[in-house]
Write a protein of this length. Sequence first.
Length: 107
Amino acid sequence: MNKVIKGDQVIVIAGKDKGKVGLVVSISSRGVVVEGINLVKRHVKPNPMRGIEGGIIAKSLPIDISNLAILNPHTGKADRIGIRLVNDNGNIIRTRVFKSSGLVVGA
């Protein structure tokens, strides 16, 4: 189980976008794409077959996962994540919890 997953609200703790908050769009081996973070401008050629207009577009590039931290909604600050094993009728389930408060992430 990953500590950061798609849909999490994260805060940037290092880099040019330090302090910005956004939602995780995707995770890959290159890094994590966060909505509105690490924006770059790209020149795109028009492609009428695909319906793409040409011009300059803003695009989010991946940022390294080590530069991100989960935003704790209760405190409004960056927090670390831990994994807790919970017994649910004989099934062991791994849940993500905040290290500072022990509350379940996303609950």
